[in-house]
Design a protein around this ligand. Structure first.
Ligand SMILES: O=C(O)[C@H](O)CO
Length: 357
């Protein structure tokens, strides 16, 4: 049902529900004039509360966090809405925008990544777009460090051995991995998250941070004393390579055999950005032939990665189910930011975080 609890409460104060609990026609009229919002997922409670208590919109929600809204259902539900709040599993393309129709003025995604949005189509239709950077930086950086250490110090293999009887006598080279002390860490795509990762890795006595990007980013680089290098040099020099770039046509499968063949066979590759930046066949080859020492992936193509995927057979590949921003604090903050971006956009005001189209 289309409703806004706050609007309802506000209206109840002015025009109470009649005794049978049926909305009086005034209430119904006032509520139905509010902008319509479709929320494509059961987002964390703080975000929903922000929308509902704004009194500014009537919301409809795909009320599940376990299953994404089926495409056909989504195409039906968006018809005539004024704003859409989505997550990264929904492809926002021409088909969907056409289904929504000309009322749609605002799209707010509860994600920092926006590769699921067709920006060109949104721009063509004059739809404003909000997203959720910054609030997830700490959580993503923390998880990246955890994944890096898990991969380089072989923690998944180690717990498996301990649990399954592989733990024999103490052995001199058994389960040896690679340490951060005195290492060179490469960051591919230096933004807020790359800096936050480096800040957390520095106390592990990293010797040098290097990075590559479309152009040098001196202000950010100075925060972590990082040197700008070419893509090839980053491949050759990195003991640990953390991918933090956005997925764009330019970065699609940029981490391929060309990159892996230049890396040291003692290097660890970490990706917490988007699976699409990696050619997974080439990564499998590099890992299974010892071209590189290990990989930690929080993102894959597709998601979920089928359990029979060859990468799951490798001991030197740690795969997580896209959880980099998954802390209660962060996901709630993302939902509130997404809700506020949407409300501000509908009011025609600057959003807190708006994509420049
Ligand atoms: O784009 C994002 O926001 C992350 O991948 C999920 O939090």
């Amino acid at each position: 049902m289309w409703c806004s609890r706050m609007a309802l409460r506000r209206l109840q104060r002015i025009t109470p529900l009649n005794v049978t609990g049926v909305l009086t026609s005034n209430v119904r009229r006032e509520m139905s004039s509010l902008p319509r919002v479709y929320v494509t997922r059961q987002i964390p409670p703080e975000g929903l509360k922000t929308l509902r208590e704004s009194g500014q919109v009537q919301c409809q929600l795909w009320d599940s966090d376990d299953v994404p809204v089926p495409r056909q259902e989504l195409l039906q539900r968006v018809k005539g809405v004024d704003a859409l709040l989505c997550v990264l599993t929904e492809k926002i393309d021409a088909e969907l925008l056409d289904a929504a129709g000309p009322n749609l003025k605002v799209l707010s995604t509860m994600s920092v990544g926006f590769d699921h949005l067709s920006l060109e189509e949104l721009k063509k239709r004059g739809i404003r777009v909000g997203y959720t950077p910054d609030v997830l930086t700490d959580s993503v950086a923390e998880l990246t460090v955890a994944l890096l250490l898990t991969t380089s110090r072989r923690l998944v293999e180690a717990t498996h051995e301990a649990k399954t009887g592989g733990w024999g006598t103490w052995r001199t080279l058994w389960l040896c991995g690679y340490e951060l002390a005195n290492s060179t860490v490469g960051i591919f795509g230096l933004g807020r998250i790359g800096v936050a990762i480096a800040e957390r890795l520095a106390p592990f006595k990293v010797k040098k941070f290097i990075y590559t990007d479309v152009a040098p980013r001196p202000e950010l680089a100075s925060l972590i004393n990082a040197e700008y290098v070419s893509f090839d040099e980053m491949a050759k020099r990195s003991d640990f390579l953390a991918v933090c770039c956005a997925l764009t046509p330019e970065t699609k499968e940029i981490c391929n055999k060309d990159l892996f063949s230049k890396m040291k066979n003692t290097s660890i590759f970490i990706n917490t950005s988007r699976g699409g930046v990696v050619n997974q066949d080439d990564l499998y080859e590099a890992l299974s032939t010892g071209q590189i020492a290990g990989a930690g992936l929080d993102v894959t193509v597709p998601e979920p990665l089928p359990t029979n995927h060859p990468l799951f057979t490798l001991k030197n590949c740690v795969i997580l189910p896209h959880i980099a921003s998954a802390s209660f604090t962060t996901r709630n903050a993302m939902s509130v930011l997404a809700a506020n971006n949407l409300l501000l956009g509908l009011r025609g005001e600057p959003m807190i975080k708006e994509l420049k189209l």
